[in-house]
Design a protein around this ligand. Structure first.
Ligand code: DQA
Length: 145
């Protein structure tokens, strides 16, 4: 059987995970965590894309949004600024889950508003890297249908 393809899309500064503000984001690189995710979800085909550029993220959502079963999106700071990403999420049929490593509601006021949440299927916030694992469970439910 063909595996469900899920694309994880990380936005700006998330290429620095492991080095960037480790007291907030931890000391593991995302590449290391991705290996764990692939081991935990062998039934999924998990692709990964990161860019610091807003337009590249829009392009990726447009592409993955028509070919993948779902997208997990951590848009970093563009979460709080980007109408273009909101529109891209709305434009594609694949469900998009918004994730954040940190609890954005427990941080600065400017992180409390997301331009993306209203366009997304759901949101997972504040569980460290495990926000991605919890989001993946939506696409690989533990119960049988
Ligand atoms: C983040 C939260 C954003 O506010 C911030 O700009 C990031 C990371 C998170 O995963 O906690 O870059 O999306």
């Amino acid at each position: 059987m063909k595996k469900k393809r899920i694309v994880i899309v990380n936005g700006p500064n998330l290429n620095l995970l492991g080095k960037r503000e480790p007291e907030i984001y931890g000391s593991m690189t995302f590449e290391q965590y991705l290996e764990d995710l692939r081991r935990w979800f062998p039934q999924l085909d998990i692709a990964f894309f990161q860019s610091n550029a807003e337009g590249a993220l829009v392009d990726k959502i447009q592409e993955a949004g028509f070919e993948a079963a779902g997208i997990i999106l951590n848009a970093g700071a563009y979460t709080h600024t980007s109408l273009a990403l909101h529109d891209a999420i709305k434009a594609v049929p694949a469900p998009v889950i918004e994730v954040h490593i940190s609890n954005v509601h427990a941080r600065e006021e400017f992180r409390r508003h997301s331009f993306l949440s209203a366009a997304c299927r759901g949101i997972v916030v504040g569980f460290g890297f495990d926000s991605y694992r919890l989001a993946l469970h939506y696409f690989a439910p533990l119960t049988t249908e």
